[in-house]
Design a protein around this ligand. Structure first.
Ligand SMILES: *[C@@H]1O[C@H](CO)[C@@H](O)[C@H](O)[C@H]1NC(C)=O
Ligand SMILES: *[C@@H]1O[C@H](CO)[C@@H](O)[C@H](O)[C@H]1NC(C)=O
Length: 405
């Protein structure tokens, strides 16, 4: 016998979105939604999109989009594959009001979630410091500024290094990223992320070289100097110091309040109250065994971000001590209101610890601990307004790398 739980009245307005999730939570069996909307068109957004799933219970693609209409009841069985989203509300005037809830029953046994292979980690590639002089703004190779950066980093656990690359190099890199020959492929699954990554073989020379730079021994050393972390056996060990203690500093630049509801929904798109899935354990262990060898490693990718892209905080997200590096290209006139910023939050809380906004030729370094999670905010359709000023800029790129001691 199923029991009806609390109903909620849900109001969605312009730009609101509820990204892909399955609604699974102990005992939820049937989900229902009653729409109380004014006359609504597909072009108003806010459709209820249903996903197909693969054999590992991962959402694949949207196979049905339901346009809400007044006094219409929608219901579906909650299951390991009941993935759905509410797409971005595009109408500026209309409100998408609905009543929703669940019928609960005895919990049923759910299949174990698929374990996702983490990005491959590798030790540095031998390259001497020449590669630094080739790429990096000389300001950052100066010993005094490195000492200053380290001091600030150790205090705040994060730092932004503006004009990080030499101007000419940076321009060449950005131009090369516009190359039409680069093959971009979509990275999912939708309940965790949606963005594009470059097929490395299709990359022109300059971005390929920049990826090597990010893997280079010289950069491991430079990052050690910037952060006080031991990313190379030659880096001084400061066991005694409180280098990078704690997580991304909460004192750091929050970019102002965000609509409460929107934020909450994004964080909980995969329900945090769900019982722990086994798949976050192998990932964490994996990190430990790899780093147990004492060899610092890194993993990373080149990503393209545009309207509709995002990442979500999810249960299986690996959380471990690590140094995040983000380097941005093609973000001229990017407004944080479009989304696309990286937000760090404390596990199990909605409090925002730190926001990193996309900024041209800017290197962001963030040290995080086991209690810190991150996500990239959904990029809304306002971002398309930028095309009026920059006809060829549908989005931006970033090089996202993680370094492990
Ligand atoms: C790191 O700092 C040391 C001095 O503490 C210096 O000798 C070395 O050249 C620096 N490394 C890089 C890559 O700048
Ligand atoms: C945009 O791309 C077109 C064709 O690829 C090119 O001819 C044009 O110069 C570009 N415009 C800008 C502002 O870069």
């Amino acid at each position: 016998m199923l029991q009806l739980s609390l109903w909620s009245l849900i109001l969605k307005r312009h730009l609101d979105v509820l990204l892909c999730h399955d609604d699974e939570l102990e005992g939820r069996r049937i989900a229902f939604i009653l729409y109380l909307v004014p006359p609504w068109e597909k072009s108003d957004g806010g459709t209820l999109d249903l996903y197909s799933a693969d054999e590992h219970f991962r959402p694949q693609q949207i196979v049905k989009s339901l346009v809400p209409s007044w006094n219409t009841l929608v219901f579906f069985e909650v299951s390991p594959v009941s993935f759905h989203q509410v797409s971005e509300v595009l109408s500026e005037e209309k409100c998408r009001l609905s009543v929703s809830g669940w019928f609960h029953g005895p919990a049923i046994v759910r299949p174990a979630h698929h374990t996702e292979a983490p990005l491959p980690r590798s030790p540095h590639i031998p390259y001497d410091h020449e590669i630094l002089y080739e790429w990096v703004n000389p300001v950052y190779l100066d010993m005094d500024s490195q000492a200053q950066i380290q001091e600030e980093f150790e205090e705040r656990s994060e730092i932004l290094l503006k004009d990080f690359l030499k101007k000419e190099k940076y321009q060449l890199l950005c131009e090369a990223l516009e190359n039409k020959g680069i093959q971009w492929s979509s990275r999912g699954p939708a309940n965790k992320r949606l963005y594009e990554t470059a097929e490395e073989d299709s990359l022109p020379d300059i971005p390929k070289k920049f990826l090597q730079f990010l893997h280079s021994e010289a950069l491991f050393l430079l990052l050690s100097n910037f952060t006080g972390l031991k990313l190379h056996f030659l880096a001084p060990s400061d066991e005694d110091e409180d280098a990078g203690e704690g997580r991304a500093a909460d004192a750091a630049g929050n970019s102002g309040p965000k609509p409460e509801q929107e934020e909450t929904e994004q964080h909980t798109a995969s329900d945090p109250h769900q019982p722990d899935q086994p798949d976050n354990i192998p990932e964490a262990q994996d990190g430990e065994t790899q780093n147990g060898s004492g060899t610092p490693v890194c993993a990373g990718e080149l990503r393209h971000w545009t309207h509709g892209h995002y990442t979500l905080v999810h249960d299986a997200q690996a959380t471990e001590f690590a140094l995040d590096l983000l380097f941005f290209c093609g973000c001229e006139d990017w407004d944080p209101e479009y989304g696309g910023f990286t937000s760090y939050i404390a596990k199990g809380e909605d409090e925002e610890l730190l926001t990193v906004n996309p900024e041209d030729n800017c290197l962001a370094l963030v040290y995080r601990d086991k209690e810190t999670m991150k996500f990239v905010k959904y990029i809304n359709h306002r971002s398309l307004a930028r095309l009026r000023k920059h006809p060829n800029r549908t989005g931006f790129w970033d090089f996202s790398f993680v370094y492990y001691e």
